[in-house]
Design a protein around this ligand. Structure first.
Ligand code: HEM
Length: 444
């Protein structure tokens, strides 16, 4: 059904420019798994900063209300006002489902029954599975004490591997980070199972193409079988053990839910690397972070380092496009949107809107101290509302443990190419985590 004519709609030229300047660059970087070459190019071209400026121009032309993009396939709106973002995110899943058509097509490549792409009554128990296992409302997971030793041992191994090279880069951090992830989720018996991580990476590579490539059903089945065999060990101290004890977990199809964890821990690693780079580029913040890292505080309670992680996500959101779809007609001041309208929330626009935010391009972790990242409009680092990320506390907790160990190791870390994050200038809109490098000067 065509939307009413009164609803503000971009011209054909503006719609094409929007697709070329906002949607396409984000898609090219890789929605489900980042493409390294495209991400490097995106930083060189500063594509996210350009996209934000384009959105600001659209707001100046059409005002603050939702704006329709001309789209031959289905009505597609973009949001320009923080209050509308709140309304849409709070209205999940009844009026605004997170299970949008394109997200279903993409995630079905590896987790067709995941909560995020489930419509109807089956969503609630699947979402409850995540809330219970990840303890979504608790700043400190009850297994935090058990995981501290794992994080410290694996972070020390990262430093040891880096020692011979004289620097740490993405590959080394990624290896160590995913050993932590496998041990936390499945137990130490999965520490060496790189193949598991590789399998889901291959499936995510296909998911980047959503509808455009067929699902590799054999690989998907093999991945789920492998995950199930780890899960069956229910190793004490792991999330697998939590799942094993959880009443009714089987009905939620655990591996379908946990596939999302293995997907999402990858951007969490990227955010950790970016947070480290940002800290090393900002001497005052670094001094505070080091103080915290070297203190006697429990490793699960490092508020400034947690805040640095969330601030890295504000500056460089790892879910730049939060997608929703209307399930019924919805009324707006500007008119009515029909059921089935796609809704796009472009996070960088709300996070870096320098026409509204005084410090949009500065690194200011203190703003996140003791603040729930899912209740911080206009920011949505972990989304908000009933479909907000259930790992919004777990991710900052684990990342802050890693950062603390790196900063308190006794080895001095130095950001290579510091001009990429010069604190005297506005921070760039895009920061490629794969090319960040940290030197360990000899004897320092
Ligand atoms: C940097 C790290 C992460 C960020 C920034 C992040 C952010 C988000 C965002 C923005 C959403 C909403 C997506 C949407 O509506 O389409 C989401 C959903 C979700 N996230 Fe995360 N996430 C991260 C890591 C994780 C991790 C490590 C896990 C699991 C261990 C996880 C589990 C989930 C789940 C299960 C959902 C779906 C929630 C639902 O359907 O109600 N996330 N996350």
């Amino acid at each position: 059904m065509a939307p009413p004519r009164t609803f503000p709609t971009m011209s054909a030229a503006e719609s094409a420019a929007f697709v070329g300047g906002v949607a396409l660059p984000t898609w090219a970087k890789g929605i489900i798994i980042r493409r390294k070459a495209a991400t490097a190019l995106a930083e060189r071209l500063d594509v996210d900063a350009r996209a934000v400026r384009q959105m600001q121009r659209l707001r100046a032309t059409y005002g603050e209300g939702p704006l329709l993009v001309r789209n031959p396939i289905r009505p597609q709106a973009i949001l320009l006002r923080s209050e509308d973002v709140r309304r849409v995110l709070d209205g999940a899943p009844e009026s605004f489902t997170p299970a949008s058509s394109e997200k279903r097509a993409a995630l079905s490549h590896f987790e067709p029954h995941n909560a995020l792409i489930t419509r109807g009554p089956e969503r609630a128990p699947r979402r409850a599975f995540h809330d219970a296992a990840l303890e979504s409302n608790c700043p400190v997971h009850h297994l935090a004490g058990h995981w501290t030793g794992i994080v410290e041992a694996e972070t020390d191994a990262i430093l040891a591997r880096a020692g011979s090279l004289g620097e740490i880069g993405w590959t080394t951090v990624f290896e160590g980070w995913f050993r932590i992830v496998r041990r936390v989720v499945l137990g130490s018996g999965a520490a060496d199972d790189r193949e598991l991580t590789d399998m889901i990476a291959r499936l995510r590579g296909r998911a980047n193409w959503a509808f455009a490539v067929p699902i590799n059903r054999r690989l998907r089945a093999a991945f789920h079988e492998r995950l199930a065999s780890h899960l069956a060990r229910a190793e004490p101290g792991s999330l697998a053990a939590v799942v094993a004890r959880m009443p009714g977990a089987a009905a939620a199809e655990p591996t379908q839910q946990m596939a999302q964890w293995f997907f999402a821990f990858d951007p969490a690693g990227m955010a950790t690397v970016r947070a480290l780079a940002l800290l090393l580029a900002h001497p005052q913040a670094l001094a505070r972070a080091r103080g915290e890292a070297e203190s006697d505080a429990p490793r699960s309670d490092l508020p400034f380092l947690r805040a640095a992680l969330v601030e890295a996500l504000r500056l460089y959101p790892t879910t730049p496009m939060v997608l929703r779809q209307t399930t019924r007609e919805t009324e707006w001041t500007e008119g009515t949107l029909p059921a089935g309208t796609g809704i796009l929330i472009f996070a960088p626009f709300f996070h870096r809107d320098d026409e509204r935010l005084p410090n949009a391009h500065r690194f200011a972790p203190e703003a996140w101290l003791n603040r729930d990242p899912a209740h911080a409009p206009p920011f949505l680092p972990f989304s908000a509302g009933p479909a907000a990320c259930p790992a919004r506390h777990l991710v900052p907790m684990l990342a802050s443990m890693v950062l603390a160990r790196l900063l308190a190791s006794g080895r001095r870390l130095v950001l290579c190419d510091p001009e990429r994050l010069d604190p005297a200038r506005p921070l760039p809109g895009t920061l490629d985590p794969f090319t960040l490098r940290f030197a360990l000067p000899a004897g320092a």
